[in-house]
Design a protein around this ligand. Sequence first.
Ligand code: UDX
Length: 440
Amino acid sequence: MKIVIVGTGYVGLVTGTCFAEVGIEVVCVDIDQKKIDNLKNGILPIYEPGLEEMVERNVKKGRLKFSTDLSQSIVDAEVAFIAVGTPPGEDGSADLKYVLAVATAIGQSMKNDIVVVTKSTVPVGTSLKVKKALQEELGKRNASLTAYVSSNPEFLKEGAAIDDFMKPDRIVVGIDAPQAEETMRKLYKPFLLNGHPIFFMDIPSAEMTKYAANSMLATKISFMNDIANLCEIVGADVNLVRKGIGSDARIGNKFIYPGVGYGGSCFPKDVKALIKTAKQNGYDMRVLSAVEDVNDDQKYVLVKKVNKYFNNDLKGKKFGVWGLSFKPKTDDMREAPSLVIIPELLKAGASVIAYDPVAMHEASHTLKDTITYAQDPLEVLEGIDGLLIVTEWSEFRSPDFDVVKSKMKGKAIFDGRNIYDPKEMKTLGFDYYCIGLKAE
Ligand code: UDX
């Protein structure tokens, strides 16, 4: 079986490589010549654990190819995935120009019947627009070919994307023709062997599933952040509350960790887009609007604690920051809380030195030389008044606290990810502040 993936961003590259891994012939297409040249030389545009080795292995076996030529690549492909970006427009709705341009290009160059799959996260109704664009081009060519459409949302977590793809909780496929169902079932067969379910459904339901999943997860997080903030006020411990509620299977113990707010490329964008879709259809998503508000505020929670501790006087103070990416195991800085927290500290007249295991290069595009970038976590500590933990990378979890204390000038640690034991920190002589505990 031969397939084409258009768009070699995060989703396209992981999808293409994982299909190649199970023996499918894959061509990954992108209009960015430099990106394709780099990929041919084994240089990846993103950091994802395990991906580089997997790309290399499949390129060597000849199952994974990279090209800028869509019309050439599409010849004899049975399936084409659209995995190009849908950046948010100014009003928050997803911009579909790249998705529809790919549909048009496929319609212009396809030589046999094909299933065109929308993989990018797109508003309900987009696959039908894709279908229209394809049919329009086929009509112009007077071609007696059929382009079936399908919506197949991805549920990949950055940092765990390969595992998520190879061992999916579920595969969701929207179709409107039996031919498309048959082809998609054949394509995904290798991933279903261990009992992972595949759900076929109508196209709007498949499109909606993705938004509903991400919105539900974002809601869980904002809800827990609200609970954590209230715990601080009433003197409860959110870590205990979290355990207390998470053992109820209906609630579950995943995705209920309070923190400095969710970030990344999916939750903020998808929550915004769903609110917008609803509004366009005359419906007000009240819960989701509150989820968004809570998250916006939560990004300031750590700075508020810093200000309180230093009596609103941060002028001339020096702060260390551990972690810049929106979560561990990725260099992704999109909507990262650090991009709100650090400028706030700078605005108040403080200076910042930061360390992140992989995201410093990405971060420097936005933060430029407003901060100092340290070579390792210990360098961050030299003479600082306070340390902020913004991303819970494993290497920050068990530092030698005697060394930490001896290097720092002050003794305040503001932990936005609750990675240390508050009692232990107190015994060690730190002023320790985290999320959801009453400050003593
Ligand atoms: C998410 C979805 O999980 C995935 O299914 C979808 O396809 C893309 O979006 P991702 O953005 O990679 O994946 O990150 P995820 O691990 O889901 O974390 C999202 C955000 O929530 C991060 O900012 C993280 O720090 C935050 N989070 C997560 C919490 O604050 N608390 C939690 O308990 C879990």
